[in-house]
Ligand binder design. Structure first.
Ligand code: NDP
Ligand code: HEM
Length: 482
């Protein structure tokens, strides 16, 4: 007998055989009493949880956040105090494809971080772009439906995508990013991450600031051309998972410089555009990026399913010193993520090791499927038997006044609440000649798919002409319309 451990069933009972089922005679029928075989087959049938409805394909790694600067005047959040090191898990993803889809598809990339802080989990669930396609959560499922598959033939459909985008002018900024070569990053290590939304920071004295997070890659930006991305999609669909895993395994730990933009609380009201509009960035000339530390990935997951597939990020995980903003998209997401985790993984998803906080949990929620935490009595609050008690004086969060009519309306209250100015600035002031040429070619290539109708092609040209006439003209030529 070797020193290898004895295989067992899931109850720890030694396995009768790794290879042979219990049969009546060597070639006879099998017996229901072979509980080892039954457990093996039944467990296999339950090996999958539903894939994420969006961001299904991804990979991730463990790491650490190190804060090098003193930002205590802006936030009392413990993870952002100078000298602090906080363990984290980061998951990257594409948005629209299913679990087996290609990593190099043109798509935004998810950049979701879970920080295991002293005050519980803090999640920043961002993308590799600082903006998004829409500004109202009402449109999110419609947007995603347009990106996924048709009801009839189960095919993705570029006509449907352009239909949604051209009828949603607020998408122009994000679609511009998406159609540049940044829509096909060379690897997850070679792209930035953004918190995208505006969040609230408050310090120990209760003073409030609006902030945005930027995670700037220390590896440098590297993108693929459309042709390179297509070749990799065919030849190595798991290219980005492989790249990250191999780099970390080889000791080449990728890192990002963590920057914030900080807006005084009072400046939001009469800023030149709505600072809570997710389709806009805050120009650096108004609010420069301030470096506060470094995020490094240094450990691969030991088990992909347990750590990556079952990771459950939620923008509603906010710790003392950090709060929400009136960004309507953020407000919608506060509901959506914990709701989908309860459905996808189960109501006790926070008890799984990858999601469990590093700090003590003294919650009055208990029981339910797959519970492993054993709370003790009392199981209710308030109680007079020394159960955990809240401390509102320390943890009630930030307070500010909001007022207004209950209405359904888009915000156009600021002088520059305009959908095209910022993508125009990107085209005019930021993109190089090569970037512009690739942008035009990528749009034309995408809108040349056989299903895109002649009428839709005209709408596509109009959409890009609204950003800049040269861009519209380039797309028109690329589509053979002029
Ligand atoms: P700046 O010139 O100060 O900033 C331009 C930004 O664009 C930098 O963050 C730069 O950082 C980034 N950038 C450079 N090349 C590209 C590219 N090919 N695709 C996307 N982003 C790129 O100007 P403003 O702050 O006034 O912004 C001008 C425009 O730049 C905005 O309208 C927006 O479209 C875009 N932008 C702005 C950001 C912001 O937070 N202000 C962030 C990202 C883009 P880097 O090269 O390191 O990515
Ligand atoms: C994943 C909803 C907007 C980034 C998801 C998931 C849902 C969802 C249901 C699947 C989560 C899971 O099963 O684990 C929404 C809704 C939005 C919205 C309703 C708008 C109202 C955004 C925006 C961003 C974003 C604006 C980025 C700024 C992500 C990321 C993931 C994700 C990164 C993957 C998280 C992971 O790696 O597990 N979203 N989303 N989403 N979303 Fe959103």
């Amino acid at each position: 007998m070797s020193n290898r451990p004895i295989s067992t069933d899931d109850a720890g009972i030694p396995a009768p055989s790794d290879e042979h089922s219990l049969s009546v005679g060597p070639n006879g029928p099998l017996l229901l009493q072979d509980h080892y075989l039954i457990q093996k087959m039944a467990h296999f049938n339950r090996e999958r949880v539903p894939e994420r409805v969006v961001h299904a394909k991804g990979g991730g790694a463990h790491g650490v956040l190190r804060i090098t600067e003193d930002v205590s005047q802006f936030t009392k959040a413990k993870l952002f105090q100078q000298g602090k090191e906080t363990p984290l898990f980061l998951r990257f993803s594409t948005v629209a494809g299913e679990l087996g889809s290609a990593d190099t598809a043109r798509d935004p990339r998810g950049f979701a971080i879970k920080f295991y802080t002293e005050d519980g989990n803090y999640d920043i669930v961002g993308n590799n772009t600082p903006i998004f396609f829409i500004r109202d959560p009402q449109k999110f499922s419609d947007f995603i439906h347009s990106q996924k598959r048709r009801a009839d033939n189960h095919l993705r459909d570029h006509n449907m995508q352009w239909d949604f985008w051209t009828l949603s002018p607020e998408s122009a900024h994000q679609v511009t990013f998406l159609m540049t070569d940044r829509g096909t990053p060379a690897s997850w290590r070679h792209m930035h991450g953004f918190g995208s939304h505006t969040f609230l920071w408050y310090n120990a004295a209760g003073e409030k600031y609006w902030i945005k997070y930027h995670f700037k890659t220390d590896q440098g930006i590297r993108n693929l051309t459309a042709d390179q991305a297509a070749d990799l999609a065919a030849g190595d669909p798991d290219h980005h998972i492989r790249d990250l895993y191999d780099a970390i395994k080889a000791g080449d730990h990728p890192s990002w410089t963590v920057n914030v933009q900080i807006m005084p609380f009072e400046a939001a009201a009469d800023y030149r555009f709505n600072p809570f509009d997710l389709t806009k960035v805050w120009p650096h000339s108004d609010y420069p990026e301030i470096p506060i530390g470094t995020l490094t990935l240094n450990r691969n997951p030991g088990n992909y399913f347990a750590e990556v597939e079952q990771a459950a990020f939620e923008p509603s995980n906010l710790v003392p010193g950090i709060d929400t903003s009136p960004d309507k998209m953020l407000q919608g997401r506060l509901f959506s993520y914990p709701d989908t985790h309860r459905y996808r993984i189960g109501p006790n998803y926070n008890q799984l090791p990858i999601n469990a906080p590093a700090s003590p949990v003294n919650s009055y929620n208990f029981d339910g499927p797959m519970t492993v935490r054993n709370p003790q009595d009392p199981v209710y609050a308030p109680n007079s038997v020394d159960g955990p008690v809240a401390d509102p004086a320390r943890y009630a969060g930030s307070e500010y006044e909001v007022a207004g009519e209950i209405i359904r309306s888009a915000s156009r209250l600021h002088a520059e609440d305009d959908d095209y100015a910022q993508p125009r600035a990107l085209w005019e002031n930021v993109l190089s000649g090569t970037d512009r040429a690739h942008l035009v070619a990528n749009i034309a290539g995408h809108a040349s798919a056989p299903e895109v109708t002649a009428d839709m092609k005209k709408r596509v040209v109009e959409y890009w002409s609204n950003i800049h006439k040269d861009l519209g003209q380039g797309v028109s030529q690329g589509l053979g319309l002029s």
